[in-house]
Structure formats: structure tokens, C-alpha cells
Ligand binder design. Structure first.
Ligand code: EPZ
Length: 421
């Protein structure tokens, strides 16, 4: 299995450009299933997850161009089936996002249950609650979910999400686009990726209002057309490189960002004494020769502190003298990186969903595991700070979600090598 070898290469300097957002492009690709006309998506990151979603759309009978110059064209005019391929769906949880558009477009859909993963059970009860509210019959058997709309099609309704689930908000929005009447999603997720999806849906002729607030209103339309759309920058990749500057005490210009999408990360880094200067195109993150302070983090649905930055940020806090607290409220098992950090010399104690970080201990290289996509990025950050060499395995997680990951780090002076065992 391939591994990363990471060595402390001192402070990182230079500039890095952020790619399109993984968690925006995946729902956008699924939403293209709603249209009988081609849709062109630009600023698409070259990720394994994008390849899997492309393969799923092709297996459904759509035509999807090869990714070239960060562009994809999806033509779902000749949709052949509404049963998503099991082997492909198993590869990526986000595949479940094809359920809503398939149900809306064809009147039924069958998708294999998305598995859980290391960070949590990842249930889909809220997705199904929304589909049922729109009139669909749901049958769960043989580890698959089948949804069938009433003979006359889905009917707009109100649905309250017990938790502001990103995926459920996206799936229900897409299912409601072609329903008869108006749908209200209450306690909806407010993430920027929801707004990006709503903007795309409105471009293809849907009528979505309130995305980015806790109530999204969708007035159903009879059909939608093609459109072109650019994916928003990846706010989690942005935060990852901001933290790379902070943990190595360097100075990095992070380009092509939307500052409004990362307010909590900017605020928390400033609380720690890191200088963050906002410009039109990007941010300068400067931790060179600066006195740093501990702080407390609590992950929350947007606009709160993003759970996907929790492990990279905790890694940074482990290098800052003083006691910090990290509370994870979104996923039930997202502290898997703590054991790996402690093996590198960190002093972090877990009690339930709370981690007490006694920061400032020296870190040394070790053989560690990327326990999920974001924890893998955290291990790279730890390796850039630790003495000796850090060997990171299970790196397929990381390469799923960050475009040109080590190439971008190397461009900032990082000493990272990918080796195949
Ligand atoms: C999206 O996952 C992201 N993935 C995740 O990013 C991100 O961490 C998460 O949102 C939260 O921001 C994509 O967008 C592809 P949720 P999603 O539904 O939609 C519970 C990464 O590293 N829940 O908002 O699956 C669930 O158990 C990934 O890029 C239900 O109870 O997240 C969890 O505790 C990791 N019932 C909480 O909601 C449901 O039906 C948040 O899940 C659905 C979710």
C-alpha cells in the first residue's frame, strides 16, 4: 500500500491555489440527472471521488465527458436506468445523492445503502423522511433502498430535519425540484455547498429560495434545462493550507478562496495569535515569529466551526503551549486521529466528545494511519512539525479528497514523498 513519508522541512512559504470544492461538485454532478439537456460544470477538482461519481452517472446511462481543464459535461438526456450500480455506490457514500434526482426524474430509484465509515454510522433516515414527505413509498431490503413516487409524481410538502443534515437537505432539494407544488425544508443545513447547489438548480430552471438559511423553499416545475456552473472553492482545503502555515510557523498566501465561507477558521486562528490578512483574491496566513496561544473549538453545523477542519486544527493546537479543548458535536466518532497524534508525543485526553489538548509538547515522527480523509491531512500537518520522519499509511483516503495534495504542499517547501510499499 502507498504511504507518505513526511519530514520537518521548517516553515512553509509561498502561495497555493485552492481547487473546486469536493463537497459541492458531488451534489452538482448528481443534480445534472434532473435535466434532459447537457450541463457543463467548471472548476471541477481532479479527485477520485469525482471519478466515482462520473462512473455512477455513466452506469445510469448518462454521457459524462472526461475531466479536462477542470471541466465536465454531463448529458442525462438518455437516462437508461434508475438503479445505481452496487459496486460503484459502495465506493463512496455521497453516491446516495443520486437518489433524489433519480426519484424526481424517473418516478423511482434504487440505491444500495451507503455504508458507515470510521467517523460514524452515517444514517440516512432524514433523507428518507424527506422522500416520504413528498409522497414516495420507501422499501429497504437486501441492503438497498427503493423509493417509488405516487402515480402522479411527487407532491410538494413540508419536512423538518431533526438535524440540519447536509446530504439530506441536498437530496430533498433535488427531489422537490420536479414535484407538484411547494416544498419547505425546515431546519435545513446552511453550508455554502447547499447554496452552490441551489444556485445551479436555479440556473437549470428550478425555483429554490432560502438556501443558506434554515428554511429552503422549492416551488416545483415541470422540467428543467441545461446550464453551465462553476464549483465554489473548497473551504476545507482552504483551512488545511491555512493550518499548514500556522503549524510550521511560516507565511502562506492561500489564493482563490471565499473568506465568508471560512469565518470560524479565520477567527480561531486569530485567537491563537496567527495573523490572517484578507485580500480580494485570497488570504495571507502568517505565523512566523509570533507568540501563539491556546483556544477552544466546538464543531457545529454551518456557520459554526466545521467538523471537517477539527482534526487538522487539533493537530495545530497540539503544538501550541497551553491547554485547549476540542468538542465534536457533528459526528460520533471523529477523534480517531488522537491516538495517532499521541503516538507522536502529543498529550491529548478524550472524554466523550471532548478532547483536552495539553499543547506544546515536542512531536516526533512515527508510523501513523490516516483514519479518514481529514485526519490524513492532519497527519501530514503533524509530520511537517515533528522531528524525524512520519510515515502515513491508508493515504487513499487523502487522495480521494484533495487535488494534487502533496504537489501543493511541495510547492510551499514541504518535504513529502509518496512511496509504494
Ligand atoms: C457532508 O456529509 C460532507 N460530505 C461531510 O464531509 C461533512 O463532514 C458533513 O456533511 C458535515 O458537514 C459531503 O458533502 C459529500 P450530514 P453528510 O448528513 O451529508 C447525522 C469530508 O470529509 N445524520 O450533515 O453525510 C449524521 O449521523 C466529509 O469531506 C442523521 O442522523 O453529513 C451526522 O452525525 C466527511 N440522519 C450528522 O447528521 C441522516 O439522515 C451530519 O451528517 C443524515 C445525517
Amino acid at each position: 500500500m502507498a504511504k507518505y513519508l513526511v519530514r520537518n522541512s521548517g516553515p512553509l512559504y509561498g502561495e497555493v491555489s485552492v481547487s473546486g470544492a469536493k463537497n459541492a461538485v458531488l451534489p452538482l454532478m448528481a443534480a445534472a440527472l434532473l435535466s434532459k439537456e447537457p450541463c457543463r460544470i467548471t472548476n471541477v477538482p481532479a479527485l477520485e471521488d469525482v471519478k466515482v461519481m462520473r462512473d455512477i452517472l455513466i452506469s445510469l446511462g448518462t454521457e459524462v465527458s472526461e475531466l479536462s481543464n477542470s471541466e465536465l459535461t454531463i448529458d442525462a438526456s438518455s437516462l437508461r436506468t434508475n438503479v445505481a450500480d452496487y459496486d460503484l455506490v459502495r465506493k463512496m457514500r455521497a453516491s446516495f445523492l443520486v437518489m433524489g434526482p433519480l426519484l424526481a426524474r424517473t418516478g423511482s430509484a434504487k440505491v444500495h445503502l451507503p455504508g458507515g465509515c470510521t467517523i460514524g454510522k452515517r444514517p440516512i433516515d432524514l433523507h428518507l423522511k424527506g422522500f416520504r414527505a413528498l409522497g414516495a413509498e420507501i422499501v429497504e431490503k437486501d441492503f438497498s433502498v427503493e423509493a417509488v413516487a405516487p402515480r402522479g409524481g411527487l407532491v410538494g410538502a413540508s419536512v423538518y430535519l431533526d438535524f440540519p443534515s447536509v446530504g439530506a437537505t441536498e437530496n430533498i432539494m433535488m427531489a422537490a425540484v420536479l414535484a407538484k407544488g411547494t416544498t419547505y425544508i425546515e431546519n435545513a443545513a446552511e453550508e455554502p455547498e447547499i447554496v452552490d447547489l441551489a444556485n445551479f438548480l436555479n440556473k437549470i430552471g428550478a425555483r429554490v429560495k432560502g438556501a443558506g438559511t434554515d428554511t429552503v423553499k422549492i416551488d416545483g416545475v415541470s422540467s428543467v434545462h441545461g446550464a453551465e456552473h462553476a464549483v465554489i472553492p473548497d473551504r476545507i482545503e482552504t483551512g488545511t493550507f491555512m493550518l499548514a502555515a500556522a503549524i510550521t510557523r511560516g507565511q502562506v498566501y492561500v489564493k482563490d478562496v471565499v473568506s465568508d465561507h471560512i469565518r470560524p477558521i479565520i477567527a480561531k486562528l486569530r485567537e491563537c495569535g496567527v495573523m490572517v490578512t484578507e485580500g480580494d483574491e485570497g488570504l495571507v496566513v502568517d505565523a512566523e515569529d509570533r507568540e501563539l496561544f491556546p483556544t477552544d473549538i466546538k464543531t457545529m453545523p454551518y456557520p459554526g466551526f466545521p467538523t471537517d477542519i477539527q482534526s487538522p486544527f487539533m493537530t495545530f493546537l497540539a503544538t501550541v503551549p497551553g491547554n485547549s479543548t476540542v468538542i465534536e458535536t457533528v459526528f460520533e466518532n471523529r477523534f480517531m486521529h488522537v491516538a495517532e497524534l499521541n503516538r507522536m508525543g502529543a498529550d491529548i485526553r478524550i472524554s466523550g466528545n471532548r478532547a483536552e489538548v495539553r499543547g506544546g509538547k515536542p512531536l516526533h515522527g512515527a508510523e501513523v494511519i490516516a483514519t479518514d480523509l481529514r485526519a490524513g491531512a492532519a497527519m501530514v500537518l503533524a509530520g511537517l512539525y515533528a522531528s524525524d520522519v512520519t510515515e502515513i499509511s491508508e493515504i487513499y483516503h487523502v487522495e480521494r479528497g484533495y487535488e494534487n495534495f502533496i504537489g501543493k504542499f511541495r510547492s510551499l517547501g514541504a518535504d513529502i514523498k509518496k512511496v509504494n510499499e
